[in-house]
Design a protein around this ligand. Structure first.
Ligand code: ZN
Length: 403
């Protein structure tokens, strides 16, 4: 990852500037440069002069189920493809529960629950240890990808995971953007590759919703230049850029994904990050209209939703039965690298403020510089009926639980 970053910096000729941005983002009090000369973007820290209402929403109006957290990850793997069963934990159940209890979060869904022995550890340490508070997904067994029997082995693994207690399948961008014909070499495997058909069908048969994240913000597929609205973010995370090389376009991925939705109507899909196109709500709406087996989740996209508050509110009202609350939260210290998804009190308070109030022009992440793009957001003040569905009623149906 460091190597990726350095080579990108060298390639873009921006080393000094971007490194300075990274260092500054963590400083608490901004200090302005002295000595004249032009002001650099990295030093520009405007303080809003807007006199606007500021509402602190310490606890949600109704109980919350967060369907998108990362309390464990599969350790190891090859070039972005997880291949083993070893698990590393980003928190303990006890520490997670402290935040959840303070912030009115009744239950969470840990998406990256892994496979085999790793999945069993997650289930023992979180799901069974604290009934009703933690749920977990399983993930594909890409370690078996090179075995010609993979399609059937994968379907069998889904059945075993369901029996062990997994409540869903998480699909990361490994599918479509990292997994290759010979695992880490050769052409990229497409999202609608037929070898995954038995996996999608097994999910339907065992009632595991598929939590899918196969594409990213549109700007990640465009050149990192002076027109890219996520220039800062891509500077901090250059390996998030999918521009050039042999990467498919954002649109090609979405089309392949849509063919999967169409081919597996009995499988329920949760399109993470607002169907991975929060900046294009007309397209997400069209997808929801076309595919009754599609639902969406909010994780790490209130920065997008909140800069189009009128369209967002309409979207929530129209699709109120098919939207889940999620944050994509990763506990510190790991989560601090991406403040828009750091698992802590402040993050939940921002989500609640966005959904519940009509406050104007506030930060979408607990960070001195907006980490996903230099803009701020507006609350959408959802009515109680819609809020209740988004906060927990829809998720109760998804998980088959009562909050
Ligand atoms: Zn996530």
């Amino acid at each position: 990852m460091e190597l990726d970053r350095r080579s990108w910096l060298a390639g873009a000729g921006l080393g000094a500037m971007t490194a300075a941005v990274a260092g500054r983002a963590r400083a608490d009090a901004p200090t302005c440069p002295t000595g004249g000369g032009p002001l650099l973007l990295q030093d520009f820290r405007p303080r809003s002069m807007l006199h606007a209402k500021e509402t602190r929403v310490a606890t949600p109006r109704f109980p919350v189920i967060d369907v998108h957290v990362h309390f464990s990850f599969t350790a190891g793997g090859r070039k972005g493809v997880a291949t083993g069963e070893d698990t590393s934990f980003t928190t303990t159940a006890k520490d997670a529960l402290a935040v959840m209890d303070r912030k009115g979060v009744r239950a969470v869904m840990n998406l990256t629950g892994g496979t085999g022995k790793g999945l069993e550890r997650v289930i023992a340490g979180f799901v069974h240890a604290h009934p009703g508070r933690f749920h977990t997904c399983t993930e594909p067994i890409y370690g078996e990808w090179l075995d010609p029997r993979y399609p059937q082995l994968q379907a069998d693994a889904i059945e075993r995971a369901a029996r062990a207690g997994a409540k869903g399948l998480k699909i990361l961008k490994a599918l479509g953007l990292y997994l290759r014909e010979r695992l880490d070499e050769g052409p990229l495997v497409k999202v609608d590759d037929r070898r995954f058909d038995p996996m999608w069908e097994a999910c339907a048969a065992h009632r595991l919703p598929v939590y899918m994240h196969v594409s990213d913000p549109e700007a990640f597929f465009l050149p990192i230049d002076c027109t890219n609205e996520r220039y800062d973010e891509l500077g901090h995370h250059p390996n998030w850029s999918f521009h050039g090389k042999d990467f498919p376009s954002h649109r090609e991925i979405m089309e392949a994904r849509d063919r999967v939705f169409a081919r597996h109507p009995k499988t329920l899909f949760v399109g993470l990050h607002v169907g991975h196109d929060a900046e294009n709500l007309p397209f997400v709406s069209e997808s929801l209209d076309r595919f009754p087996n599609l639902t969406v989740e909010l994780g790490a996209r209130i920065g997008e939703l909140g800069r189009q508050p009128r369209a967002s509110r309409k979207f929530f009202e129209t699709y109120q039965d098919r939207i889940f609350f999620g944050t994509d939260a990763v506990p510190p210290p790991e989560g601090e690298k991406t403040p828009q998804q750091v698992f802590k009190d402040e993050l939940y308070e921002i989500y609640y403020r966005f959904l519940e109030t009509d406050d104007e022009y506030f930060d979408y992440a607990p960070a001195p510089v907006p980490p996903q793009g230099r803009w701020r957001i507006y609350g959408i003040a959802l009515p109680d009926g819609v809020l209740k569905k988004v906060y927990h009623e829809n998720a109760e149906r998804l998980l088959g639980v009562k909050a």
